[in-house]
Design a protein around this ligand. Structure first.
Ligand code: FE2
Length: 388
């Protein structure tokens, strides 16, 4: 906790110091202004998401967006301050005595433009194509396409309007099969009935499959007060999808096949889906994984890109995951790339298995996305037989 407080103070103090020192501002008024901004921004940063979790409506959406906007802005201003200090250090070492404003204005200007670009970028929903050689798959799979989307987080911020765009974009791509990779919902609030009505229009000749993500449980678990759900979320309590939960409503509203630690065969290919590994039925997920013997071509859908070595060892040919959002904010994407060994986004090889991790499809109007982009992933099963 102490480390977090010190980090928040440092992230705010450095841009303030850079502004006052670099532009030679009068310390008294500048300091008062910065304290005022700090007083507004820190509660937004700390409680913004909770407000969106507890409340619905335009006010809650505005608070959440301001919270995300201020988080990304202060992060960019902090990085800009580091660049300013670095450039000043180099210039001073070279014997150049130049005004601080010469570097403050460009680096802070670039940081603000970067955040605005992030707002525009967050509205894009790109299409990323992955060519997969279905060696050992039945010949009927050659030339087919599978559409994978993940992490839409429908709730307070993303509603039926965003789902409408997703459905329209997917329909244009005419995939043979659709798979949802989890985190479809988020939080107990939102226009869920109308969102479900829109999503129910998603159709494909070979059907729609889905797995759950960790955030789905905040909506689907037993109804309770929002405060109670928030407490359970904070305490990392297990949320179950037993009788009396919203889960039954979702299952009847969506003509999808949800794979919960189970598998099914579609035209000679096994599709296996896991519940998130943080659930109490982790043993069941691992049991399913170890039960796959690779004797039939297998595609695994696992919300989190974890246990990939076990999946590859079990003979899985293709794993589809989400969860990471690809690291949606700079420089989180770089840290994530390092921590997850490049498996935070895109395609990689794990033994004989192809792993593809989506950066998420949760477009929103104001959430600044300063790294990567939201996407729909189209897996194209190669038409040519590479073994010849
Ligand atoms: Fe997610």
């Amino acid at each position: 906790m102490l480390m977090q407080i010190l980090t928040v103070i440092l992230i705010h103090a450095l841009p303030a110091f850079t502004l006052i020192h670099g532009l030679s501002l009068p310390v008294g008024p500048a300091f008062s202004l910065i304290v005022a901004a700090f007083t507004i921004q820190v509660p937004l940063l700390v409680f913004g998401r909770d407000v969106a979790f507890l409340k619905d409506g335009a006010g809650a959406r505005l608070v959440y967006r301001l919270s995300m906007l201020s988080f990304v802005l202060i992060l960019d201003l902090f990085l800009a301050s580091l660049v300013h200090l670095l450039v000043r250090g180099i210039l001073t070492a070279a014997g150049w005595d130049v005004s601080g404003s010469l570097t403050v204005y460009p680096v802070f200007g670039a940081a603000i433009l970067h955040v605005f670009w992030g707002i525009v970028n967050a509205r894009r929903l790109a299409v990323r194509r992955v060519v997969f050689d279905p060696e050992d798959f039945p010949a009927s799979w050659r030339g087919r396409t599978l559409l994978f989307f993940s992490d839409t987080h429908y709730g307070t911020l993303n509603g039926p309007g965003m789902a409408e765009k997703l459905v329209r974009d997917v329909e244009k791509l005419k995939p043979d099969m659709i798979i949802s990779g989890g985190d479809l919902f988020d939080g107990p609030r939102g226009k869920y009935d109308s969102t479900l009505a829109v999503l129910s229009r998603l159709k494909a000749p070979l059907g729609v499959l889905a797995v759950l993500g960790n955030h789905d449980y905040f909506y689907l678990s037993r109804p309770g007060s929002s405060k109670d759900l928030l407490r359970r979320q904070r305490n990392r309590e297990v949320m179950e999808l037993g009788p009396g939960t919203r889960w039954a409503t979702v299952r009847s509203a969506l003509p999808w096949r949800f794979l919960e630690n189970e598998s099914m065969e579609i035209d000679g290919v096994v599709f296996a889906g896991l519940r998130p590994f943080s659930r109490p039925d982790e043993a069941a997920a691992l049991e399913l994984l170890s039960g796959l013997d690779g004797s039939e071509p297998t595609v695994l859908i696992n919300h989190k890109p974890n246990h990939v070595e076990e999946a590859a060892a079990a003979g899985v040919k293709l794993q589809l995951s989400g969860h990471t959002h690809g690291g949606p904010v700079f420089p989180v994407n770089i840290i994530m790339r390092h921590l997850l060994k490049g498996r935070h986004h895109g395609t990689s090889k794990v033994g004989g298995m192809v792993l593809d991790v989506s950066s998420g499809s949760g477009i929103s109007l104001w959430y600044p996305r300063t790294a990567g982009r939201h996407e729909l992933v189209v897996v194209e099963f190669s038409a040519a037989d590479s073994r010849r």
